[in-house]
Design a protein. Structure first.
Ligand code: FDA
Length: 392
């Protein structure tokens, strides 16, 4: 039987990073993945430029039953640490809005760099190799694989979540966790476009393609980012962000003219140019197509001068406090991440080791730690992978 010190299940961001660290410590490391290539999500992320971290890493940017769990790993291997590695490798990066850091070159360069670091650290990798059950044997574990059983002193589960099955996501890691008695936090798709019932969709669909600098709110949580109308409903960063907080039955509120005082502006315009149509006034604050649509939705006819304060306030509410009730989301098919996962109460926050199963580790998206959009999820993958790489 093939044997090694550490077998890492999953060659994504977390698994690759963990492999480099464990290999550098002199551990004999084998990484196994059923995909034909390592780091596929890194390759396609951030429009091919990988939003690899964020300068605003803080516990409130992560969702988890225990949001403080992630802190230890995030503090021990920080965004600055990752940047230093990119700099040392000569990989260029740039800051875009909201502290988001992207590569300047293609994300494939980062994947190649990680693979080269793994090779330098002596890590062996089996791609295109399916995984079966994991069981305890002696002082370690046996992992069933398509290439036969593998014995290892430590097993690191880095198989990610359920998001985008077409890219190889399986939820395999949750099964391993359960088979060793670890608890799971219910999983659901996150960072995902929201979907609507037919009558709402009929209202939204004609606006497909329009993007505005908006604010989307659900309950007390709101995000100031772009809102994008699509043929299926709503998307764009603001919507993806609130999708992590949205639950069926919730109402979301949209401000489509963030930073403006639409009611006050309409009243002022009525005084200065009362003979213009409502849509003309709204077009000073919104894309013209959206302005016409809001006018139609409001049912208002005539000029601005014809409208009372009550009517103008009602129109302003449509622009800045539009209430919508999504029926759900597009699901794992398009979700960037999976909420929930291996319960952090069952893991050691310093090493990611299962408290009740010495030698078994869980890192990355399979754990109940989910970041906001904007590089937070990759930083969690690097940090948790690094932490387990020091211990496994
Ligand atoms: P990841 O999913 O990366 O890796 C898991 C690996 O396990 C895969 O290689 C898979 O093939 C393998 N695997 C799964 N099941 C298996 C099985 N049964 N047998 C064998 N192997 C198995 N985040 C961010 O911070 N910035 C960004 O720009 C983006 N952009 C982005 C775009 C898109 C389209 C998606 C889908 C996601 C993002 N993300 C992101 C999220 C980010 O990709 C994600 O958080 C990390 O890839 C998670 O890393 P992991 O290593 O945990 O899982």
């Amino acid at each position: 039987m093939q044997s090694c010190d550490v077998v890492i299940l999953g060659a994504g961001a977390a698994g690759m990073y963990c492999a480099i660290e464990a290999g550098r410590r002199g551990r004999r490391v084998l990484v196994i993945d059923h995909a034909q290539a390592a780091g596929e999500k890194i390759r396609i992320s951030g429009g091919g430029k990988c939003n690899f971290t964020n300068l605003g890493i803080a516990p409130d940017r992560f969702l988890s039953q225990n949001p403080r769990f992630a802190l230890s790993a995030l503090k021990r291997f920080t965004a600055r640490d990752f940047i230093a590695r990119l700099d040392a490798a000569g990989l260029g990066w740039q800051e875009r809005s909201l502290g988001q850091l992207f590569l300047t070159g293609p994300a494939t360069q980062l994947v190649a760099h990680l693979a080269a670091d793994m090779a330098r650290a002596g890590v062996e990798m089996w791609l295109g190799c399916g995984l079966g059950a994991v069981r305890r044997e002696g002082a370690g574990f046996v992992v069933e694989t398509q290439r036969g059983p593998v014995w290892a002193a430590s097993v690191v589960v880095a198989t990610g979540g359920k998001s985008i099955p077409l890219m190889g996501a399986t939820g395999y890691g949750y099964g391993v966790a359960e088979s060793f008695g670890l608890r799971l936090v219910e999983t659901r798709p996150a960072l995902v476009p929201l979907t609507f019932a037919a009558q709402d969709l009929a209202v939204l669909k004609p606006l497909a393609g329009i993007a505005v600098a908006g604010r989307a709110t659900v309950g007390k949580v709101g995000f100031d980012e772009a809102v994008l109308f699509t043929h299926r409903g709503l998307s764009g960063p603001a919507i993806l962000q609130i999708s992590s907080y949205f639950r069926e039955g919730d109402t979301i509120r949209l401000d489509l003219a963030r930073g403006r005082e639409v009611a006050a502006e309409l009243r002022a315009l009525r005084g200065q140019a009362g003979r213009i149509a409502l849509r003309t006034a709204l077009a000073q604050m919104l894309p013209e197509k959206l302005a016409r649509h809001i006018e139609a939705l409001s049912g208002v006819t005539g000029t601005l001068a014809d409208q009372s304060n009550v009517v103008l306030d009602r129109v302003a509410a449509l622009v800045q406090d539009w209430h919508l009730k999504p029926v759900g989301s597009e699901g794992y098919r398009t979700a960037e991440v999976t909420l929930g996962g291996v319960n952090t109460d069952d893991l050691d926050s310093r090493s990611m080791e299962a408290r009740a199963v010495p030698g078994l580790y869980f890192i990355g998206e399979v754990v109940d730690v989910t970041g906001w959009l904007g590089g937070y999820n990759f930083q969690w993958a690097w940090s948790s992978g690094w932490a387990a790489g020091q211990a496994a």
